[in-house]
Design a protein around this ligand. Structure first.
Ligand code: PEP
Length: 255
């Protein structure tokens, strides 16, 4: 499979923004801003806050799939405040796991991400697994080693069939919400390394179908630089996904 045959995937991570009512409006405006042909060519995923999932599902009327921004790995139990895979299945096809904000502010480890990835697959949710290095790690030349460790620890034990469907988001932490971005070729080098790791874990066929996104201050102006790279199959978008027209431009750049 080549980059041309992998369907691009552009996901909107609304983070902790929007009340349920605002989320419904934003979802309707976002779908309206993206031409139908673009939605056919690009998989567009909306990831609102948990409590907005039902309203957003109703607002988009099946036009785009939904994702959650996190989940716990247990199916149910005494885990106050957590959301399980079984709770997400009615609304979501995707779940973002291991976002750097979860790792940074909530102490998520590679092992936690691994347990969540396994739980997602066990419940037929497709994980969007986030990996990426800090500025200090980049400056110390540790990007590849660090990202490789995150990928290996997240994905070990995942079957080749599951790996073929996984989405990995390469998000340099220093580029998230900062307005700074990696260069397209730099981001592609890391994406290519991630694809090689997926091949080492699950074989070439899985690696050629797995989709790899870039994330970190992607906007309508810079999206093409990333989305034109051979190993980058889409984008995970934070800030710009809160602006329907801007987000639609990013989706347009993925075609
Ligand atoms: C993100 O939330 O994953 C992200 C990349 O955010 P931003 O686009 O705002 O940098």
């Amino acid at each position: 499979m080549t980059a041309q045959s992998r369907k691009p995937i552009v996901a909107a991570n609304w983070k902790m923004h929007t009340t349920p009512g605002q989320a419904r409006d934003l979802a309707s405006q976002t779908v309206a801003a993206i031409p139908t042909a673009a939605r056919a060519a690009v998989e567009v995923v909306l990831c609102p806050p948990f409590i907005a999932l039902e309203g957003v599902r109703d607002a988009v009327e099946g036009a785009v799939p939904l994702g959650a921004q996190n989940m716990y790995w247990q199916a149910e139990g005494a885990y106050t405040g957590e959301i399980s895979p079984t709770m997400l299945v009615p609304w979501c096809r995707y779940v973002i796991l291991g976002h750097s904000e979860r790792r940074q502010y909530f102490g998520e480890t590679n092992h936690d991400v691994h347990l969540k990835v396994r739980a997602a697959f066990a419940h037929n949710l497709t994980p969007i697994v986030c990996v990426g290095e800090s500025l200090a790690q980049r400056e110390a030349g540790e990007t590849h080693a660090w990202v490789a460790l995150q990928v290996r620890e997240a994905l070990h034990g995942v079957s080749p069939d599951q790996l073929a469907t996984v989405v990995l988001a390469y998000e340099p932490i220093w580029a998230i919400g900062t307005g700074k971005t990696a260069s397209g070729p730099d981001a592609n080098t890391v994406a290519a390394m991630i694809r090689e790791l997926v091949a080492a874990i699950g074989g070439d066929t899985a690696a050629q179908s797995a989709r790899i996104q870039y994330g970190g201050s992607v906007n309508g102006t810079n999206a093409a630089e990333f989305l034109s790279q051979p190993d980058i199959d889409g984008a995970l978008v934070g800030g710009a996904s809160l602006k329907p027209e801007e987000f639609a431009r990013i989706v347009g750049a993925a075609i």
